[in-house]
Design a protein around this ligand. Structure first.
Ligand SMILES: Nc1ncnc2c1ncn2[C@@H]1O[C@H](COP(=O)(O)OP(=O)(O)OP(=O)(O)O)[C@@H](O)[C@H]1O
Ligand SMILES: [Mg+2]
Length: 454
Protein backbone atom coordinates (compact mmCIF):
# COMPACT_ATOMS: atom_id res chain seq x y z
CA UNK A 1 0.00 0.00 0.00
CA UNK A 2 1.39 3.33 -1.01
CA UNK A 3 -0.30 5.67 1.47
CA UNK A 4 0.95 5.29 5.01
CA UNK A 5 1.63 8.63 6.59
CA UNK A 6 -0.79 11.54 6.51
CA UNK A 7 -0.68 15.10 7.85
CA UNK A 8 -3.84 17.02 8.73
CA UNK A 9 -3.54 20.82 8.79
CA UNK A 10 -6.64 22.63 10.05
CA UNK A 11 -7.15 25.26 12.73
CA UNK A 12 -10.65 24.02 13.54
CA UNK A 13 -10.00 21.62 16.33
CA UNK A 14 -13.20 19.59 15.84
CA UNK A 15 -12.52 18.89 12.21
CA UNK A 16 -8.88 18.13 12.83
CA UNK A 17 -9.58 15.65 15.59
CA UNK A 18 -12.42 13.94 13.72
CA UNK A 19 -10.31 13.47 10.64
CA UNK A 20 -7.35 12.32 12.64
CA UNK A 21 -9.39 9.69 14.47
CA UNK A 22 -11.01 8.43 11.33
CA UNK A 23 -7.69 8.04 9.54
CA UNK A 24 -6.05 6.37 12.54
CA UNK A 25 -8.90 3.87 12.64
CA UNK A 26 -8.03 3.06 9.07
CA UNK A 27 -4.48 2.31 10.27
CA UNK A 28 -2.80 5.35 8.77
CA UNK A 29 -0.13 7.05 10.75
CA UNK A 30 -1.35 10.63 11.28
CA UNK A 31 0.25 13.86 12.43
CA UNK A 32 -1.87 16.97 12.84
CA UNK A 33 -1.42 20.66 13.45
CA UNK A 34 -3.42 23.90 13.44
CA UNK A 35 -1.11 26.22 11.52
CA UNK A 36 1.47 26.54 8.75
CA UNK A 37 4.38 26.76 11.11
CA UNK A 38 3.45 23.45 12.70
CA UNK A 39 2.91 21.88 9.30
CA UNK A 40 6.35 22.89 8.07
CA UNK A 41 7.90 21.42 11.17
CA UNK A 42 6.08 18.10 10.77
CA UNK A 43 6.95 17.89 7.08
CA UNK A 44 10.63 18.50 7.70
CA UNK A 45 10.74 15.77 10.31
CA UNK A 46 9.58 12.80 8.26
CA UNK A 47 8.35 11.92 4.80
CA UNK A 48 4.61 11.83 4.27
CA UNK A 49 2.37 10.56 1.51
CA UNK A 50 -0.62 12.84 1.85
CA UNK A 51 -1.51 16.21 3.37
CA UNK A 52 -5.06 17.40 4.10
CA UNK A 53 -4.61 21.14 3.97
CA UNK A 54 -7.02 23.88 5.01
CA UNK A 55 -7.12 26.93 2.76
CA UNK A 56 -7.25 29.57 5.48
CA UNK A 57 -4.96 29.23 8.48
CA UNK A 58 -4.15 31.63 11.33
CA UNK A 59 -0.61 32.33 10.14
CA UNK A 60 -1.19 32.43 6.38
CA UNK A 61 -2.74 30.82 3.31
CA UNK A 62 -2.75 27.09 2.66
CA UNK A 63 -1.60 27.90 -0.87
CA UNK A 64 1.79 29.07 0.44
CA UNK A 65 2.46 25.64 1.86
CA UNK A 66 1.00 23.99 -1.23
CA UNK A 67 3.50 25.83 -3.34
CA UNK A 68 6.39 24.71 -1.16
CA UNK A 69 5.24 21.10 -1.29
CA UNK A 70 4.83 21.16 -5.06
CA UNK A 71 8.36 22.51 -5.49
CA UNK A 72 9.76 19.28 -4.04
CA UNK A 73 10.25 16.35 -6.38
CA UNK A 74 9.20 13.58 -4.04
CA UNK A 75 6.77 15.50 -1.86
CA UNK A 76 3.41 14.25 -0.59
CA UNK A 77 0.14 14.62 -2.45
CA UNK A 78 -2.16 17.37 -1.22
CA UNK A 79 -5.93 17.46 -0.76
CA UNK A 80 -7.33 20.91 0.04
CA UNK A 81 -10.10 21.45 2.56
CA UNK A 82 -12.44 24.35 2.04
CA UNK A 83 -15.77 25.88 3.06
CA UNK A 84 -18.67 26.35 0.61
CA UNK A 85 -17.67 29.94 0.01
CA UNK A 86 -14.25 29.24 -1.43
CA UNK A 87 -14.66 26.38 -3.85
CA UNK A 88 -13.20 28.55 -6.59
CA UNK A 89 -9.91 29.00 -4.78
CA UNK A 90 -9.82 25.27 -4.14
CA UNK A 91 -10.09 24.70 -7.86
CA UNK A 92 -7.21 27.06 -8.49
CA UNK A 93 -5.23 25.03 -5.93
CA UNK A 94 -5.68 22.06 -8.20
CA UNK A 95 -4.14 24.04 -10.99
CA UNK A 96 -1.19 24.57 -8.68
CA UNK A 97 -0.87 20.83 -8.25
CA UNK A 98 -3.23 19.83 -5.43
CA UNK A 99 -4.69 16.40 -6.13
CA UNK A 100 -8.27 17.13 -5.07
CA UNK A 101 -10.37 19.13 -2.63
CA UNK A 102 -13.14 18.38 -0.14
CA UNK A 103 -15.81 20.81 0.94
CA UNK A 104 -16.51 21.18 4.66
CA UNK A 105 -18.41 19.74 6.35
CA UNK A 106 -17.48 16.39 4.82
CA UNK A 107 -18.57 12.86 5.63
CA UNK A 108 -16.33 9.94 6.52
CA UNK A 109 -17.26 8.27 3.28
CA UNK A 110 -16.07 11.24 1.29
CA UNK A 111 -12.70 11.11 2.98
CA UNK A 112 -12.40 7.43 2.35
CA UNK A 113 -13.10 7.88 -1.34
CA UNK A 114 -10.50 10.62 -1.60
CA UNK A 115 -7.82 8.60 0.20
CA UNK A 116 -8.48 5.58 -2.01
CA UNK A 117 -8.23 7.77 -5.07
CA UNK A 118 -4.95 9.23 -3.87
CA UNK A 119 -3.62 5.76 -3.15
CA UNK A 120 -4.39 4.34 -6.56
CA UNK A 121 -3.16 7.44 -8.34
CA UNK A 122 0.04 7.44 -6.33
CA UNK A 123 0.64 3.80 -7.05
CA UNK A 124 0.07 4.28 -10.74
CA UNK A 125 2.42 7.25 -10.76
CA UNK A 126 5.21 5.27 -9.11
CA UNK A 127 4.69 2.22 -11.24
CA UNK A 128 4.62 4.11 -14.53
CA UNK A 129 7.84 5.82 -13.57
CA UNK A 130 9.60 2.46 -13.61
CA UNK A 131 7.52 1.06 -16.37
CA UNK A 132 8.51 3.81 -18.75
CA UNK A 133 12.12 3.75 -17.66
CA UNK A 134 12.50 0.04 -17.88
CA UNK A 135 10.55 -1.18 -20.83
CA UNK A 136 11.18 -0.13 -24.35
CA UNK A 137 8.12 0.59 -26.36
CA UNK A 138 9.05 -1.49 -29.37
CA UNK A 139 6.58 -4.06 -30.46
CA UNK A 140 7.48 -7.11 -28.48
CA UNK A 141 6.21 -9.94 -30.62
CA UNK A 142 8.50 -12.89 -30.80
CA UNK A 143 9.43 -13.15 -34.48
CA UNK A 144 10.15 -16.65 -35.77
CA UNK A 145 8.66 -19.67 -37.53
CA UNK A 146 11.37 -22.25 -36.94
CA UNK A 147 10.53 -25.31 -34.93
CA UNK A 148 12.40 -24.36 -31.76
CA UNK A 149 10.73 -20.95 -31.78
CA UNK A 150 7.28 -22.43 -32.43
CA UNK A 151 7.80 -24.64 -29.43
CA UNK A 152 8.93 -21.65 -27.41
CA UNK A 153 5.82 -19.67 -28.33
CA UNK A 154 3.50 -22.53 -27.44
CA UNK A 155 5.19 -22.90 -24.09
CA UNK A 156 5.02 -19.16 -23.43
CA UNK A 157 1.28 -19.15 -24.18
CA UNK A 158 0.64 -22.03 -21.82
CA UNK A 159 2.80 -20.86 -18.97
CA UNK A 160 1.62 -17.25 -19.19
CA UNK A 161 -1.82 -18.22 -17.97
CA UNK A 162 -0.52 -19.79 -14.79
CA UNK A 163 0.76 -17.69 -11.96
CA UNK A 164 3.77 -19.90 -11.43
CA UNK A 165 7.32 -18.62 -11.25
CA UNK A 166 9.25 -18.97 -14.48
CA UNK A 167 12.98 -19.21 -14.97
CA UNK A 168 14.01 -18.11 -18.44
CA UNK A 169 17.43 -19.27 -19.55
CA UNK A 170 19.42 -18.66 -22.70
CA UNK A 171 22.62 -17.19 -24.08
CA UNK A 172 23.23 -13.44 -24.25
CA UNK A 173 20.88 -11.61 -26.56
CA UNK A 174 18.57 -14.55 -27.32
CA UNK A 175 15.46 -12.65 -26.24
CA UNK A 176 14.96 -13.62 -22.60
CA UNK A 177 13.53 -10.26 -21.69
CA UNK A 178 11.26 -10.38 -24.67
CA UNK A 179 9.97 -13.76 -23.53
CA UNK A 180 9.42 -12.35 -20.03
CA UNK A 181 7.40 -9.48 -21.45
CA UNK A 182 5.31 -11.87 -23.53
CA UNK A 183 4.62 -13.96 -20.44
CA UNK A 184 3.42 -10.84 -18.71
CA UNK A 185 1.37 -9.53 -21.63
CA UNK A 186 -0.45 -12.83 -22.05
CA UNK A 187 -1.09 -13.38 -18.37
CA UNK A 188 -4.15 -12.58 -16.28
CA UNK A 189 -2.04 -9.88 -14.66
CA UNK A 190 -1.45 -7.90 -17.84
CA UNK A 191 -3.36 -4.90 -16.47
CA UNK A 192 -1.30 -4.92 -13.29
CA UNK A 193 2.20 -3.52 -12.83
CA UNK A 194 5.23 -5.08 -14.50
CA UNK A 195 8.42 -4.16 -12.75
CA UNK A 196 11.91 -5.13 -13.80
CA UNK A 197 15.05 -5.27 -11.70
CA UNK A 198 18.36 -5.76 -13.43
CA UNK A 199 20.29 -7.65 -10.78
CA UNK A 200 23.59 -7.28 -12.64
CA UNK A 201 23.41 -3.50 -12.90
CA UNK A 202 22.85 -2.69 -9.25
CA UNK A 203 25.67 -2.77 -6.73
CA UNK A 204 25.50 -5.28 -3.92
CA UNK A 205 24.99 -2.55 -1.31
CA UNK A 206 22.06 -0.90 -3.07
CA UNK A 207 20.34 -4.08 -4.13
CA UNK A 208 18.50 -4.72 -0.88
CA UNK A 209 17.02 -1.24 -0.88
CA UNK A 210 16.17 -1.60 -4.56
CA UNK A 211 14.30 -4.84 -3.83
CA UNK A 212 12.63 -3.97 -0.56
CA UNK A 213 12.79 -0.18 -0.24
CA UNK A 214 14.06 1.80 2.71
CA UNK A 215 12.82 4.03 5.47
CA UNK A 216 13.90 7.60 5.73
CA UNK A 217 17.29 7.77 7.47
CA UNK A 218 18.02 4.06 6.89
CA UNK A 219 21.47 5.09 5.67
CA UNK A 220 23.30 8.22 4.61
CA UNK A 221 21.56 9.61 1.60
CA UNK A 222 18.20 8.02 2.37
CA UNK A 223 16.44 11.35 2.75
CA UNK A 224 12.99 10.03 1.94
CA UNK A 225 11.16 6.79 2.52
CA UNK A 226 11.16 4.78 -0.65
CA UNK A 227 9.28 1.73 -1.81
CA UNK A 228 11.24 -1.13 -3.27
CA UNK A 229 10.45 -2.90 -6.50
CA UNK A 230 8.59 -5.71 -4.76
CA UNK A 231 6.18 -3.24 -3.24
CA UNK A 232 5.70 -1.49 -6.56
CA UNK A 233 5.01 -4.80 -8.21
CA UNK A 234 2.41 -5.81 -5.63
CA UNK A 235 -0.53 -7.46 -7.35
CA UNK A 236 1.46 -7.72 -10.57
CA UNK A 237 4.63 -9.20 -11.98
CA UNK A 238 8.29 -8.69 -11.16
CA UNK A 239 11.13 -9.60 -13.52
CA UNK A 240 14.38 -10.42 -11.77
CA UNK A 241 16.73 -10.02 -14.68
CA UNK A 242 20.10 -11.81 -14.47
CA UNK A 243 19.16 -13.43 -11.19
CA UNK A 244 22.49 -15.29 -10.89
CA UNK A 245 24.13 -11.98 -9.98
CA UNK A 246 22.43 -11.44 -6.66
CA UNK A 247 24.60 -11.62 -3.57
CA UNK A 248 24.28 -14.59 -1.19
CA UNK A 249 23.04 -12.39 1.66
CA UNK A 250 20.18 -11.21 -0.48
CA UNK A 251 19.37 -14.68 -1.77
CA UNK A 252 18.13 -15.60 1.70
CA UNK A 253 15.91 -12.54 1.88
CA UNK A 254 14.56 -13.16 -1.57
CA UNK A 255 13.74 -16.73 -0.61
CA UNK A 256 11.71 -15.45 2.32
CA UNK A 257 9.66 -13.23 0.04
CA UNK A 258 9.01 -16.09 -2.34
CA UNK A 259 7.97 -18.38 0.49
CA UNK A 260 6.08 -16.11 2.81
CA UNK A 261 5.42 -13.06 0.68
CA UNK A 262 6.67 -10.66 3.28
CA UNK A 263 9.69 -8.50 4.04
CA UNK A 264 10.79 -5.36 5.82
CA UNK A 265 12.16 -2.21 4.25
CA UNK A 266 15.82 -1.45 4.97
CA UNK A 267 15.94 0.39 8.28
CA UNK A 268 12.31 -0.45 9.04
CA UNK A 269 10.61 -2.97 11.27
CA UNK A 270 7.14 -3.02 9.79
CA UNK A 271 6.45 -6.24 7.91
CA UNK A 272 5.10 -5.62 4.45
CA UNK A 273 3.08 -8.19 2.59
CA UNK A 274 2.92 -8.53 -1.15
CA UNK A 275 1.60 -10.91 -3.77
CA UNK A 276 3.75 -10.92 -6.84
CA UNK A 277 4.33 -13.19 -9.79
CA UNK A 278 8.03 -13.76 -10.25
CA UNK A 279 9.83 -14.15 -13.56
CA UNK A 280 13.60 -14.51 -13.59
CA UNK A 281 16.22 -14.70 -16.32
CA UNK A 282 19.77 -15.94 -16.41
CA UNK A 283 22.40 -16.63 -19.01
CA UNK A 284 24.31 -18.85 -16.63
CA UNK A 285 23.69 -22.48 -15.86
CA UNK A 286 22.11 -22.03 -12.45
CA UNK A 287 22.41 -25.70 -11.55
CA UNK A 288 26.13 -25.31 -11.99
CA UNK A 289 26.10 -22.18 -9.81
CA UNK A 290 24.20 -24.20 -7.22
CA UNK A 291 26.77 -26.98 -7.26
CA UNK A 292 29.57 -24.44 -6.98
CA UNK A 293 27.86 -22.97 -3.94
CA UNK A 294 27.21 -19.59 -5.56
CA UNK A 295 23.45 -19.92 -5.66
CA UNK A 296 21.08 -21.30 -3.03
CA UNK A 297 19.48 -24.54 -4.05
CA UNK A 298 16.18 -23.81 -2.30
CA UNK A 299 15.93 -20.48 -4.10
CA UNK A 300 16.69 -22.17 -7.39
CA UNK A 301 13.78 -24.56 -6.94
CA UNK A 302 11.43 -21.75 -5.98
CA UNK A 303 12.28 -19.83 -9.13
CA UNK A 304 12.42 -22.77 -11.47
CA UNK A 305 8.82 -23.94 -11.22
CA UNK A 306 8.57 -23.56 -15.01
CA UNK A 307 11.85 -23.53 -16.90
CA UNK A 308 11.85 -21.92 -20.33
CA UNK A 309 14.98 -22.24 -22.46
CA UNK A 310 15.35 -19.69 -25.24
CA UNK A 311 17.26 -21.25 -28.16
CA UNK A 312 20.39 -19.59 -29.58
CA UNK A 313 19.94 -17.85 -32.91
CA UNK A 314 22.23 -20.26 -34.78
CA UNK A 315 19.69 -23.06 -34.10
CA UNK A 316 16.79 -21.20 -35.64
CA UNK A 317 17.34 -21.94 -39.32
CA UNK A 318 15.44 -19.62 -41.65
CA UNK A 319 14.40 -17.42 -38.76
CA UNK A 320 17.78 -15.74 -39.01
CA UNK A 321 16.86 -14.21 -42.34
CA UNK A 322 13.31 -13.54 -41.25
CA UNK A 323 14.60 -11.62 -38.24
CA UNK A 324 17.17 -9.80 -40.34
CA UNK A 325 14.43 -8.60 -42.70
CA UNK A 326 12.21 -7.62 -39.78
CA UNK A 327 15.00 -5.49 -38.34
CA UNK A 328 15.80 -4.11 -41.79
CA UNK A 329 12.25 -2.81 -42.18
CA UNK A 330 12.13 -1.50 -38.63
CA UNK A 331 15.37 0.45 -38.84
CA UNK A 332 14.85 1.64 -42.39
CA UNK A 333 11.56 3.14 -41.28
CA UNK A 334 13.22 4.71 -38.27
CA UNK A 335 15.88 6.30 -40.42
CA UNK A 336 13.41 7.37 -43.07
CA UNK A 337 14.74 5.03 -45.75
CA UNK A 338 12.43 3.47 -48.30
CA UNK A 339 12.88 0.41 -50.49
CA UNK A 340 15.91 -1.32 -49.12
CA UNK A 341 17.02 -4.94 -49.21
CA UNK A 342 20.00 -7.24 -48.71
CA UNK A 343 22.05 -8.49 -51.66
CA UNK A 344 22.06 -12.25 -52.24
CA UNK A 345 25.61 -12.41 -50.99
CA UNK A 346 24.72 -10.50 -47.88
CA UNK A 347 21.85 -12.89 -47.14
CA UNK A 348 24.25 -15.80 -47.41
CA UNK A 349 26.61 -14.11 -45.02
CA UNK A 350 23.79 -13.53 -42.55
CA UNK A 351 22.82 -17.17 -42.69
CA UNK A 352 26.32 -18.54 -42.32
CA UNK A 353 27.46 -16.31 -39.46
CA UNK A 354 27.44 -18.00 -36.06
CA UNK A 355 25.92 -15.01 -34.21
CA UNK A 356 27.53 -15.51 -30.80
CA UNK A 357 25.69 -12.38 -29.61
CA UNK A 358 22.44 -13.86 -30.95
CA UNK A 359 19.44 -11.70 -31.86
CA UNK A 360 20.89 -8.56 -30.32
CA UNK A 361 24.06 -8.90 -32.42
CA UNK A 362 21.96 -9.45 -35.53
CA UNK A 363 19.82 -6.43 -34.84
CA UNK A 364 22.85 -4.21 -34.21
CA UNK A 365 24.55 -5.43 -37.39
CA UNK A 366 21.44 -4.72 -39.44
CA UNK A 367 20.97 -1.29 -37.96
CA UNK A 368 24.59 -0.42 -38.69
CA UNK A 369 24.18 -1.62 -42.26
CA UNK A 370 21.01 0.47 -42.70
CA UNK A 371 22.81 3.57 -41.52
CA UNK A 372 25.77 2.95 -43.82
CA UNK A 373 23.65 1.97 -46.81
CA UNK A 374 23.60 4.08 -49.95
CA UNK A 375 20.29 5.24 -51.40
CA UNK A 376 18.95 2.95 -54.10
CA UNK A 377 21.60 0.27 -53.54
CA UNK A 378 21.25 -3.15 -52.01
CA UNK A 379 23.00 -3.80 -48.73
CA UNK A 380 26.25 -5.67 -49.24
CA UNK A 381 27.78 -8.08 -46.72
CA UNK A 382 30.63 -5.76 -45.72
CA UNK A 383 28.17 -3.26 -44.28
CA UNK A 384 27.23 -5.77 -41.60
CA UNK A 385 30.67 -5.27 -40.08
CA UNK A 386 31.12 -8.94 -39.24
CA UNK A 387 34.77 -9.15 -40.16
CA UNK A 388 36.02 -12.03 -42.28
CA UNK A 389 34.43 -15.39 -42.59
CA UNK A 390 36.31 -16.51 -39.50
CA UNK A 391 33.26 -15.91 -37.37
CA UNK A 392 30.98 -18.02 -39.46
CA UNK A 393 29.53 -21.29 -38.35
CA UNK A 394 31.61 -23.26 -40.83
CA UNK A 395 34.95 -21.99 -39.62
CA UNK A 396 33.92 -22.17 -35.99
CA UNK A 397 34.09 -25.91 -36.20
CA UNK A 398 37.66 -25.64 -37.36
CA UNK A 399 39.21 -23.79 -34.49
CA UNK A 400 42.73 -25.02 -35.11
CA UNK A 401 43.13 -22.77 -38.13
CA UNK A 402 44.68 -19.37 -37.53
CA UNK A 403 44.54 -17.38 -34.34
CA UNK A 404 44.37 -13.86 -35.66
CA UNK A 405 42.25 -11.24 -33.88
CA UNK A 406 39.18 -12.09 -35.86
CA UNK A 407 39.37 -15.72 -34.94
CA UNK A 408 39.03 -14.90 -31.30
CA UNK A 409 35.78 -15.91 -29.68
CA UNK A 410 33.73 -13.48 -27.60
CA UNK A 411 35.10 -15.25 -24.53
CA UNK A 412 38.71 -14.73 -25.63
CA UNK A 413 38.10 -11.06 -26.21
CA UNK A 414 36.32 -10.66 -22.91
CA UNK A 415 39.00 -12.55 -21.03
CA UNK A 416 41.86 -10.48 -22.35
CA UNK A 417 39.97 -7.23 -21.90
CA UNK A 418 39.20 -8.01 -18.28
CA UNK A 419 42.80 -9.07 -17.69
CA UNK A 420 44.02 -5.79 -19.14
CA UNK A 421 41.67 -3.61 -17.10
CA UNK A 422 42.53 -5.54 -13.94
CA UNK A 423 46.22 -4.96 -14.60
CA UNK A 424 45.54 -1.25 -15.25
CA UNK A 425 43.81 -1.09 -11.87
CA UNK A 426 46.62 -2.95 -10.09
CA UNK A 427 44.26 -5.79 -9.38
CA UNK A 428 41.75 -3.59 -7.55
CA UNK A 429 38.46 -5.31 -8.36
CA UNK A 430 36.24 -2.46 -7.30
CA UNK A 431 37.97 -0.04 -9.63
CA UNK A 432 38.13 -2.58 -12.41
CA UNK A 433 34.42 -3.35 -12.06
CA UNK A 434 33.62 0.35 -12.32
CA UNK A 435 35.75 0.71 -15.42
CA UNK A 436 34.17 -2.32 -17.01
CA UNK A 437 30.64 -1.28 -16.06
CA UNK A 438 30.10 -4.54 -14.16
CA UNK A 439 29.18 -5.04 -10.57
CA UNK A 440 31.87 -6.48 -8.38
CA UNK A 441 30.15 -9.79 -8.04
CA UNK A 442 29.82 -10.25 -11.78
CA UNK A 443 33.48 -9.38 -12.15
CA UNK A 444 34.40 -11.83 -9.43
CA UNK A 445 32.52 -14.57 -11.27
CA UNK A 446 34.19 -13.73 -14.54
CA UNK A 447 37.60 -13.77 -12.88
CA UNK A 448 36.82 -17.25 -11.64
CA UNK A 449 35.40 -18.34 -14.97
CA UNK A 450 38.52 -17.23 -16.84
CA UNK A 451 40.91 -18.36 -14.08
CA UNK A 452 42.33 -14.86 -13.87
CA UNK A 453 42.83 -15.13 -10.13
CA UNK A 454 45.82 -17.41 -10.46
N1 LIG B 1 12.37 -13.56 -31.58
C1 LIG B 1 12.60 -12.23 -31.59
N2 LIG B 1 11.87 -11.42 -32.38
C2 LIG B 1 12.08 -10.12 -32.42
N3 LIG B 1 13.00 -9.49 -31.68
C3 LIG B 1 13.76 -10.22 -30.87
C4 LIG B 1 13.60 -11.62 -30.76
N4 LIG B 1 14.47 -12.08 -29.85
C5 LIG B 1 15.16 -11.02 -29.42
N5 LIG B 1 14.74 -9.88 -30.03
C6 LIG B 1 15.29 -8.54 -29.80
O1 LIG B 1 16.68 -8.70 -29.54
C7 LIG B 1 17.12 -7.84 -28.52
C8 LIG B 1 17.71 -8.64 -27.38
O2 LIG B 1 16.70 -9.33 -26.71
P1 LIG B 1 16.63 -9.40 -25.12
O3 LIG B 1 17.09 -8.14 -24.52
O4 LIG B 1 15.30 -9.91 -24.76
O5 LIG B 1 17.73 -10.53 -24.89
P2 LIG B 1 18.31 -11.13 -23.55
O6 LIG B 1 18.31 -12.60 -23.73
O7 LIG B 1 17.57 -10.59 -22.38
O8 LIG B 1 19.78 -10.60 -23.60
P3 LIG B 1 20.88 -10.48 -22.39
O9 LIG B 1 21.24 -11.87 -22.01
O10 LIG B 1 21.99 -9.77 -23.03
O11 LIG B 1 20.21 -9.70 -21.31
C9 LIG B 1 15.91 -7.02 -28.13
O12 LIG B 1 15.94 -5.80 -28.83
C10 LIG B 1 14.74 -7.88 -28.57
O13 LIG B 1 13.62 -7.10 -28.84
MG1 LIG C 1 18.34 -9.39 -20.79
Amino acid sequence: MAIEKIVVVDDEMMIRKALETQLRNKRYSVASTGDLKGARKILSRDSFDLVFLDLRLPDGEGTDLLEEIMAKTDGPMVVMMTGYGSVESAVSCMQMGAFDYVVKPFSFDQIEVVVDKVASFDKMRRVTKYYVEESDSRSSDIVGESEPVQRLKTLVDKVAKTEASVLITGENGTGKELVARELYRNSMLSKEPYIRVNCAAISETLMESEFFGHERGAYTGATERREGRFELADGGTILLDEISEIAPSLQAKLLRVLQEWEFERVGGNKTIQVKVRVLATTNRDLTEEVSKGNFREDLYYRLNVFPIAVPPLRDRGDDILLLANTFLLRHARRHGIEKISFSKNCEKRIQSHSWPGNVRELENAVERAVILSEPGKKIEAELLGLGHLSNSASSKKNTSVGKGKEDESMEDVERSHIAKVLADCDGNRTHAAQKLGLNVRTLRNKIKQYSLDA
